[in-house]
Design a protein around this ligand. Structure first.
Ligand code: IFM
Length: 535
């Protein structure tokens, strides 16, 4: 906090007289030889609705949402980043950075436009993309639900109450669980020999918040908590049904590590912080929201115990389905995928636990510190990345893949340092003995950022959406250097510090930034008195 930072700077300045850039024993972090280095993307975001060969999906919830319901401020996603036709050259770019892994998704709407009707050409295409990546030495991770579903699963044009509007919101929809598992099984029968890593679902909570609370994702429900809880439970069962299908169908070990299929979830993750650490309501609200955001689903996929109404216990019998132990959920996950974009702060209120905390849109309601922000409003705070990784490790002791991490930054002037700083936090996690297996930067190229359309730039490469030309941003070289050297040392940290952060009001020296991380390392998530996010 502020106090620590001022006293650190004051002591440092008093002792050294020339600022705080002296090395106070910064550990060099190193990455193991078998560490996976990659990028991540989602099919619809980089492919759009219309494929290079004229194939059109025009059957997805997001297609309707953007084309007919103005879901992205009037923008439509015709070609995404053009990956459908340019995948060979993009994969070359990817491999040229020295990366050895790539996370892609397969668009359910494209592959199964009607229930049990398969678009073989679309599936052939994905097989070709995956094999091309394999031929370039890439380990491939596949996601099956990255928010885009066929309109026979969710058609936002249908009226409220019509199940065809949203099968995801139909309570305990076993038909949907089976349909999803069928889709996954069908695809895995074609790709299983080349793929071992499956991040089955992407960020369930982002859709809960975006589609059923804020109404900015299809089907656009506003504060529909009942639907949100039903969707949450369905996604929990969909993942475990898909996991069973994958384990049954994929018996080929593509990378020779003795395992043919490793199941994970790509989870939006951040330990939850109180907006004001001195306010007891905020502290309690942060603790409770942490349970909802970070723990509830993964608890179910590990212990088999399901909390349907989110009230913190698994004993309610009047929910649909009833709460309690589900053997089919237990031990679903082989690993956890963490997607960290910045800390989440919560304001507390006097409610029924665990509904006592609301995340705060930073900037709109003030900010809890002077730390810089990315263009999409995420606060830059690498220490919380470390804390988040440690939280999941302490609570679940499952291997961790960092399935997404990145920066919204069209100018490209925050991303270089942010990448070094965040990867340094990852390296400190490795040094502390946390089983982190790989890191996937979001994303190789700019792409269609959902309701924000093309206004947000997450690409290592900038995309000109008219010509589809790609231009490397400076982080291409920075990321390639870290991958080549497999380490981040004091010299690189100092270089990165000199690149600065736009909008950094902290006045922090490099050692102040490092001290924040070291404080997390020293105190860890057992620092319950302040944050109460202990397991
Ligand atoms: O673009 C998204 C992605 O689809 C899910 N994770 C966060 C990214 C950046 O906002």
């Amino acid at each position: 906090g502020r106090l620590r930072r001022f006293s650190f700077t004051a002591i440092c300045a008093a002792l050294l007289l020339n600022g705080c850039q002296q090395d106070t024993g910064t550990p060099t972090v190193t990455f193991p030889d078998n560490f996976l280095w990659g990028t991540a993307s989602a099919a619809w975001q980089v492919e759009g609705d219309v494929a290079g060969d004229g194939l059109t999906t025009y059957t997805s919830n997001w297609t309707i949402w953007t084309r007919e319901m103005d879901g992205a401020g009037g923008e439509t996603n015709d070609r995404g980043a053009g990956f459908y036709s340019l995948y060979r050259e993009d994969l070359d770019r990817h491999a040229a950075m020295g990366l050895n892994a790539i996370r892609l998704s397969i668009d359910w709407a494209r592959v199964e436009p009607q229930p049990d009707v398969w678009n073989d050409a679309a599936l052939d295409h994905y097989v070709d993309v995956i094999r091309t990546a394999r031929s370039l030495g890439q380990q491939v991770m596949i996601t099956f639900w990255h928010w885009v579903v066929p309109t026979w699963v969710s058609d936002p044009r249908r009226p409220a109450g019509d199940p065809a509007r949203d099968q995801l919101a139909v309570p305990y929809n076993t038909w949907l669980h089976a349909q999803f598992a069928d889709f996954v099984s069908h695809v895995v029968s074609r790709i299983g020999a080349d793929v071992d890593l499956y991040s089955v679902l992407n960020e369930p909570w982002s859709v809960i918040a975006g589609a059923y609370v804020a109404g900015v994702h299809p089907p656009g429900e506003l504060l529909d908590i009942e639907a949100a809880l039903d969707v949450h439970a369905n996604l929990i069962f969909m993942l475990s049904a898909a996991a069973r299908a994958i384990r049954e169908v994929d018996t080929v070990d593509a990378d020779g590590d003795g395992r043919a299929a490793l199941i994970g979830v790509a989870k939006a993750s951040s330990v939850i912080l109180p907006f004001d650490a001195d306010n007891a309501l905020d502290v309690a609200g942060a603790h409770d929201y942490n349970y909802l955001f970070n723990s509830i689903a993964i608890d179910a996929w590990t212990s088999g115990q399901l909390d349907v109404n989110g009230d913190g216990d698994t004993a309610d019998t009047d929910t649909t389905p009833p709460e309690g132990f589900y053997p089919e959920l237990e031990n679903t996950l082989d690993w956890i995928g963490i997607q960290y974009y910045g800390p989440i702060y919560v304001r507390g209120f006097d409610g029924e636990p665990p509904f006592t905390g609301l995340p705060v849109a930073l900037g709109l309601f003030g900010t809890p510190s002077d730390l810089p922000f990315t263009e999409m409003g995420s606060q830059i705070r690498p220490a919380v990345y470390f804390a988040t990784i440690e939280y999941f490790w302490n609570r679940y002791r499952l291997p961790i893949y960092l399935t997404e991490n990145g920066t919204a930054d069209c100018d490209g002037n925050q991303r270089p340092r942010h990448t070094v700083d965040d990867l340094y936090a990852v390296g400190r996690g490795l040094a502390e003995g946390i089983d982190i297996r790989g890191y996937f930067h979001w994303s190789l190229t700019d792409n269609f950022e959902w309701q924000h359309g093309t206004t947000q730039c997450f690409g290592l490469y900038a995309v000109d959406y008219e010509t589809l030309a790609r231009t490397p941003r400076p982080t291409v070289d920075v990321y390639a250097r870290i991958v080549r050297e497999q380490r981040i040392d004091r010299q690189l940290l100092e270089e990165a510090y000199s690149w600065g952060y736009d909008g950094d009001q902290t006045g922090w020296t490099l050692d102040d930034w490092l001290a924040e991380i070291e404080a997390e390392v020293a105190n860890g998530v057992t620092r319950t008195a302040t944050y109460r996010y202990a397991p």
